[in-house]
Design a protein around this ligand. Structure first.
Ligand code: SF4
Length: 730
């Protein structure tokens, strides 16, 4: 029996027809709901969580197209069967009242609902004119990335635009820039089999990977040592043997001190380095004075502790890991790219590449692609953001771009039309007031699921996408973050019919292209795409993948260093030729952060994740925000000694002022954060009034951050922020 929505009138009509009017209550009681629910068959579909990059495979159970519960897939590499709080909370957001329920058009300061036909026709016409007048180069597609790239590329190829951009410059851009140039691949750590685990600015308990924490627990139970270096006593520090607080911005000096100890004490893996590394002597020449004693002065970590960590790593090599990291350290400072380079160098010095208990690459299954009509060749101009362009940002990856400068490109007239997909730069990129200038483009189309800040403040048109539970996507490899010897693939299948007038991205881009007169480029369905993707995977049908959700293959990683690395030199490059050719130092050396706190009331503002939030994407979820409320999650952490000097007590309101803005925050006074900095979660400060649970809660580091571009990898320098803090509201 299906549960239908009854209003009072239809219920009376139905009850009268059955002759029971007056003899039953005018609404269904909880017991009635339970009865109806228990009679309804439970439907199970395998989807993938959208709460973070782990994309945990999950069973979505529904009754009568109503979400019932979600459960982790026991096989999935990232979850090991356990979903985190975000995974559960995000699923419920399918019913969040902040969802955009149909296409919208800006009219003055507000929005009017319009039909999809009207939206496509008006956007197609406007975009056509822009391309005619200013060429395709004036159009930018920016997204979280890279989920929409396949469809976005069809549009960009048709109009001749090179401007595809992801959010990565605000996330982990130094890492993705460095690893291909130095190693030829991105490698993941085999935490479970390591004997020594060093985590610097990386926190699997905050930016949760559920199975990552399981693997680390197993390693510790087996006798492995875990050391956490972080200005904040984070969730991983709670299970670590050692928490080593470090002066924020000096991780590069710490790494140089470790390398100096390994080399000067002859503790490094000389055989591995001789066989596989280029540029070792140049690196050593450039850093001979960067001793543990020197690093101690810079970092505030005792020199003996630096030496102890280096010696312990060497003693456990090659089953010793410096976790390659993610957001933390990889776009925070002007020295983030050198810091990422040092991560490669330290791992190579202990010879852990392609080793069980060390680092090895993801075991990916290659997918096929759908047979389709290809856009005719169109010559594309220079990228507007200068990524990969000589004389601008030649070493920044053009495949990722520099998202934070979108408003600047609009201001300079380089970009006339902006498409923003599954990305909210007004909340997650620097200086939101400046990001609002995106609205000044001639055409701004935002493709979100909810009324986020970017949709509200910049969109000329809002084209709402189906929620992730309402759509099928092509299969994905589960590699990354955690090393695993067996390849795995998972699929996100449509678990619920859309409850609003929304569409999948494929249909949205197709609608725009067709309105511009580009016919026939989307003559395939998502089922065609799934089938084509699996056409290269022997013996696996779409039906089986839908049935099982996640499949693990029996081919597996074989331990041992490959004969050659996938770099241009076929070796691990301690000296990066591409950096050197473009005027940068090829080997990393000490680069101090651009800013330092100096006055008694000055602090570096740093940020990180909390276990129950994923940046701004979860900050309007009622269940997750209830956890925030219970734990004062939006409060700013301040060291007790510094707080005492300023007369600030736990729970006080303070005024936080940077060169960009002044706002108020509540303070948590604690010994568990370095005295030089204050720490906030990166999830709060929502300012979209249409998000009732997130609106006005806390502040965000981006509120205080000036627009910057780190020149080698394009990062935002998101912890180069000095704030003055005064007690009270001023
Ligand atoms: S770790 Fe949590 S938020 Fe991330 S994909 Fe898995 S369940 Fe979702």
């Amino acid at each position: 029996m299906a549960v239908k929505k009854f209003n009072r009138r239809t219920f009376i009509k139905a009850a009268a027809a059955s002759g029971v009017v007056g003899s039953v209550p005018m609404y269904l009681s909880l017991a009635d709901h339970k009865k109806v629910a228990s009679e309804e068959p439970l439907k199970k579909v395998w989807s993938q969580c959208n709460g973070c990059a782990s994309m945990c495979s999950k069973a979505v159970y529904s009754k009568n197209n109503r979400l019932w519960k979600v459960e982790g897939h026991p096989l999935h590499l990232k979850s090991g069967g356990r979903l985190c709080a975000r995974g559960h909370g995000m699923a419920a957001d399918v019913y969040n009242t902040s969802r955009v329920t149909q296409p919208m058009k800006r009219v003055g300061d507000t929005f009017e609902p319009i039909s999809w036909e009207q939206a496509f026709s008006e956007i197609g016409e406007k975009l056509g004119k822009i391309v005619e007048e200013h060429k395709g180069d004036s159009v930018l597609w920016v997204e979280h990335g890279p989920r929409g790239k396949f469809y976005a590329d069809i549009l960009l190829d048709l109009i001749g635009s090179p401007n595809y951009c992801t959010h990565y410059s605000t996330c982990f851009t130094s890492k993705t820039n460095v690893w291909p140039k130095m190693v030829g691949d991105s490698l993941a750590a085999d935490h479970e089999n390591a004997n020594y685990l060093l985590f610097v600015g990386r926190n699997f308990g905050g930016g949760i990977i559920p199975n990552g924490m399981n693997k680390i627990h197993k390693a510790i139970e087996r006798g492995a040592k875990l050391v956490v270096v972080d200005p904040k006593y984070n969730e991983m520090a709670k299970i670590a043997h050692d928490w080593v607080p470090i002066r924020p911005g000096t991780d590069l000096a710490f790494y140089l001190g470790l390398a100096h100890t390994l080399i000067s004490e002859n503790l490094y893996d000389r055989n591995f380095v001789n066989r596989n590394v280029l540029g070792f002597s140049e690196f050593w020449e450039a850093n001979k004075t960067a001793s543990a004693d020197w690093a101690s002065e810079v970092t505030g970590i005792p020199a003996d502790k630096i030496r102890e960590i280096a010696r312990d790593m060497a003693a456990s090599a090659p089953k010793a890991i410096l976790e390659p990291g993610w957001h933390g350290l990889n776009c925070h400072y002007v020295n983030s790219t050198q810091t990422a380079q040092m991560n490669v160098i330290l791992n190579a010095l202990v010879g852990n590449f392609y080793k069980i208990g060390g680092l090895y690459p993801g075991q990916d299954i290659p997918f096929g692609s759908v047979d389709r009509k290809m856009p005719p060749f169109k010559r594309k101009g220079e990228r507007a953001d200068g990524a990969g362009v000589k004389g601008k940002f030649p070493t920044v990856e053009p495949g990722r771009g520099i998202a934070q400068i979108t408003p600047q490109l609009v201001e300079e007239g380089l970009i006339k039309a902006v498409f923003i997909y599954h990305y909210n730069p007004l909340r997650t990129a620097p200086n939101p007031e400046y990001q609002k200038k995106i609205k000044d483009a001639e055409l701004v189309v935002v493709i979100p699921t909810d009324w986020n800040e970017t949709a509200v403040h910049t969109a000329h048109y809002i084209l709402p996408e189906d929620y992730y539970l309402e759509r099928t996507e092509t299969p994905r490899n589960n590699s990354g973050h955690l090393a695993h010897i067996y390849p795995q693939i998972s699929i996100r299948a449509k678990a619920l019919d859309p409850i609003h007038d929304t569409k999948p991205l494929r249909e949205i881009v197709a609608g725009i292209c067709e309105a511009m007169g580009y016919e026939g480029y989307f003559n395939f369905t998502i089922e065609d795409e799934v089938k084509a993707a699996l056409s290269t995977v022997e013996g696996l049908t779409p039906e089986r993948l839908y049935e099982e959700g996640t499949i693990e293959f029996t081919t597996h990683f074989m331990e041992g260093v490959p004969l050659e690395f996938k770099t241009s030199t076929k070796k691990i490059n301690f000296k990066v030729p591409e950096y050197e050719a473009n005027g940068f130092s090829g080997v990393p050396t000490w680069v101090p952060p651009a800013t330092w706190p100096k006055e008694e009331n000055e602090f570096r503002l740093i940020h990180g994740k909390q276990p129950w939030h994923s940046h701004s994407i979860t900050a309007n979820n009622p269940y997750l925000m209830a956890i925030t409320k219970a734990y004062n999650g939006e409060w700013m952490w301040m060291n007790k000694v510094r707080a005492d000097k300023l007369g600030i007590k736990n729970g006080d309101t303070v005024t936080v002022q940077s060169s960009v803005s002044t706002k108020q925050a509540k303070v948590k006074v604690t010994e568990l954060v370095h005295p030089d900095c204050v720490w906030i979660s990166n999830s709060y400060g929502n300012f979209s009034e249409r998000q009732k649970d997130g609106y006005g809660v806390g502040v965000n580091f981006n509120d205080f951050l000036e627009l910057q571009v780190e020149p080698m990898a394009g990062g935002t320098n998101s912890q180069e922020i000095i704030v003055k803090i005064t007690k009270g509201v001023s």
